[in-house]
Design a protein around this ligand. Sequence first.
Ligand code: NDP
Length: 448
Amino acid sequence: MKSTHCTDVESFMAGLRKRNPGESEFHDAVHEVAADVLPFIAETPAYQKGCLLERLTEPDRIISFRVSWVDDAGNVRANRAWRVQFCNAIGPYKGGMRFHPSVTQSVLKFLGFEQIFKNSLTGLPMGGAKGGSNFNPKGKSDDEVMRFCQSLMSELNRYIGPDTDVPAGDIGVGAREIGFLFGQYRRLSNTFSGAITGKGVDFGGSVGRKEATGYGAVYFMREMLRTAGDEIDGKSAVVSGSGNVALYCIEKLIALGGKPLTASDSGGYIHDPDGIDTEKLEWLKDLKEVRRGRISEYAEEFGCEFHPGRPWAVKADLAFPCATQNELVEDDARTLIGNGLIALAEGANMPCELGAQHLLREALLYAPGKASNAGGVAVSGLEQSQNSLRINWTLEEVDDRLQRIMGEIHEKCSTYGARDGGRIDYVKGANIGGFVKVANALLQCGVT
Ligand code: NDP
């Protein structure tokens, strides 16, 4: 097999930008991977055939479709939705659905590309995909959200299935949306299968799934600190977001003796110098998961500060960006480093802009999302296994597996990201560790 692959990162990126104009989020995600993987390919003869990175940066397919629905006032509304099926070399496509006005094809391509490496790192048989819509569930009634989800699934159902593509939740797609999506899929397919994960535990969901991404990020942080001879107990933490990932990151931090100082939403952040404790967290969960309120209400309830913007100026030992992409820029990274930050684990996908990432990667223990937030998709994979086997594991069994998987991801990062002097480059480790399994599969399955 001859290869025509490009080994220079800048010329590789120039070609990619030309083929994918205007897709800056996708460009950034590929750049981060190419910067580690192309040099690795250049020094590893086994991977110098098959044009591997060129193939991996071209999605298998992108499905784009209209979603028409009727609002409570009787108006017909139209949104756009996508499913990016990126690569199924190691298993059925797998990745969340995002509902947010900022969703574009570029955002979903970046997320789907990241998902290939993340899913590979978990060691479970899952390919990479992502989907979503520019629909904004905020301010919509439950009935409106249901009609939107049913309309979206009326089209999406043709392209998914337990052995084909298994969507899950993401920003704006929580328990309510997953229930509506699954209900419509079940009706249309006349099957009860594990074609969607993140389901309620009453209808095939796994215990521990909703906690998995946040818990997993904290478990990964624990591994990084342990390797450096340190621990979470007694450490303060700055956390962004107050959604699914952030809430359970805060919960596990408290359980391991950490002191979370902040939480945020798109309106701003709260700074609670006494720390968010279990009682305050239960109130916050009710605010965000049940009443769908704003984070500023926490400051009113507990008499602490609320500020617009993001929480990165708050001095802490650990940081967990858990809201959205590009929420932490170079200046924020400088502030965090200047404040003596020890370690940062990404709960969100690419929350640190590339410039910020470069600074953090050199200065401290820095875990990229594809490693540290892989706990969510890992437990989604465990949900698929339970559905196929028609059994339910206990919370303890799921959590044990989650801890083991996060430990194994840390191990892979350490192997492929080892630096002189015993330091670990977790970005390089995750990129190469995720790449190797997918590359091996591509090479063994012929030119597809
Ligand atoms: P949620 O919708 O539950 O929560 C998102 C949180 O981020 C909310 O607090 C939201 O505030 C805030 N947020 C969203 N967009 C912005 C923005 N543009 N500016 C400021 N704040 C914003 O999503 P998740 O917790 O599920 O996901 C958070 C991140 O984690 C995403 O990057 C997602 O891709 C990633 N992730 C999620 C996984 C999961 O299992 N859920 C798995 C792996 C990664 P507001 O309510 O005001 O919009």
